[in-house]
Write a protein that binds this ligand. Structure first.
Ligand code: F0G
Length: 391
């Protein structure tokens, strides 16, 4: 494979097919693409593939495969992920205080969240490396996605979830798809620590976003947003932040395209956290160091106090002149009520991005004429309980 793994802390490099998620120094790893011909891939290639019936072309991840992972097309495990809608809603534009806003609805992925974009790449690698069992810790969506993709190709999924702290729709999916489900007496951060050592000791392939190949798949959210916009770069891409893999992926992808000369400027990326689970926001506004938190928010998907991709996230955000904000649970629930009643609908954590845009417009961070794409990360059916609890 024309790529290598590189440590985000010390720059040490490793071969791509070596099973490792961290450098010897403990830092997380990036996939570095080594194909020197990448700057000669015309963006029209990806438009042409929209009309193709090949599974790799029909996937909203593998359509961009040159920039995702150099694997043989026959190795790819895909469910046609991506290809999600980019919506304009006047109701939401009015709500956030802009004349227009675009919403990329990642809840329209096969298992109802953006996680499928990373998982198609992660499971492809698990097969390629010869693993029979795969594992994640999850606040729900990653486990649902893992369970589905693993089952599709005959792998056993093992999931670690915080007992009583994940939305019912997500747990139902994981069980239905046949994941071996371990409910941990603790929160997501406890489950994450446990799954890292468990996977290493028991020989399971770890597919949390500490796995650098997952991040490569999630870059495709940004690529597809550009394609939706006829390759025009928006001023802002706004995402909710939890374990911080998603924003790290989006900035990585955009920086790669920019450095290859395929786009002429970088979009700014904003990460929105819940007030009770906002270690990135604290670091952004303070000294830049991670201070682990005991996370507390109704938006269970982003209830994370020690994010795995913290360093990658800060690095990417600084490079794209990004922003980090924090919103209350009330703000998230109010935004969700507006997203839902606009007919679009999304799970609570997704709506942090809308609450965040509203706050950033009010505070003058986002300008009145800025072109903004807010990412809705999960489907409204993921967390039906919250609709009854807060109607
Ligand atoms: N939105 C939703 C719906 C999520 O499920 C997650 C993360 C995020 C936003 C935050 O993305 O972690 O890349 O910063 N869910 C993970 C999970 C942690 O286990 O499903 P992130």
């Amino acid at each position: 494979m024309k790529c290598q793994l590189s440590c985000v802390e010390c720059g040490q490099t490793y071969a791509p097919l070596q099973v490792r998620y961290r450098c010897d120094c403990g830092g997380t790893l990036d996939v570095l693409h080594k194909d020197t011909a990448l700057n000669q891939v015309p963006l029209e290639t990806f438009d042409r593939r929209l009309a193709s019936k090949l599974p790799a072309d029909k996937s909203g991840v593998w359509r961009f495969r040159e920039f995702i992972l150099p694997v043989d097309e026959t190795d790819i495990c895909t469910r046609g992920e991506g290809n999600t809608g980019l919506y304009r809603s006047q109701t939401l534009a009015n709500y956030v205080g802009l004349s227009s806003i675009a919403l990329k609805h990642e809840g329209e992925n096969p298992t109802g969240s953006f996680k499928d974009r990373g998982m198609t790449v992660g499971i492809t690698m698990a097969k390629k490396l010869g693993f029979e069992r795969v594992a994640v810790a999850s606040t729900g969506n990653t486990s649902a996605s893992l369970a589905a993709y693993a089952a599709m190709v005959g792998l056993q999924a093992v999931i670690f979830i915080p007992n009583g702290q994940i939305a019912l729709g997500k747990l139902g999916q994981a069980l239905a798809y046949g994941a071996r489900t371990l409910q941990i007496d603790g929160d997501f951060d406890d489950a994450m620590a446990l799954v890292e050592s468990f996977s290493a000791n028991e020989g399971l392939y770890l597919l949390n976003s500490v796995n650098p190949f997952r991040i490569e798949g999630q870059k495709a959210i940004g690529f597809e947003i550009l394609q939706d916009l006829d390759w025009r770069v928006p001023d802002w891409i706004v995402v909710p932040g939890g374990n911080l893999g998603n924003n790290s992926a989006i900035t990585k992808g955009m920086i790669e395209l920019y450095e290859l000369g395929l786009i002429d400027r970088l979009p700014r990326v904003a990460v929105i956290q819940a007030d009770g689970a906002n270690p990135l926001h604290v670091a952004w506004t303070g000294g830049g160091a991670l201070q682990p938190q005991k996370a507390k928010t109704l938006a269970t998907a982003i209830k994370i106090g020690t994010p795995i991709s913290f360093t990658k996230s800060l690095r990417g955000l600084r490079r794209v002149n990004g922003w980090v904000d924090s919103v209350s649970d009330d703000d998230i629930l109010e935004a969700k009520a507006v997203v839902d009643s606009s007919g679009i609908g999304a799970e609570p954590a997704s709506c942090a991005s809308i609450a965040g845009v509203r706050k950033m417009v009010r505070n003058g961070i986002i300008g009145a004429s800025d072109k903004v794409v807010a990412v809705l990360t999960g489907h409204v059916l993921k967390d039906p309980g919250i609709v009854f609890d807060f109607k």
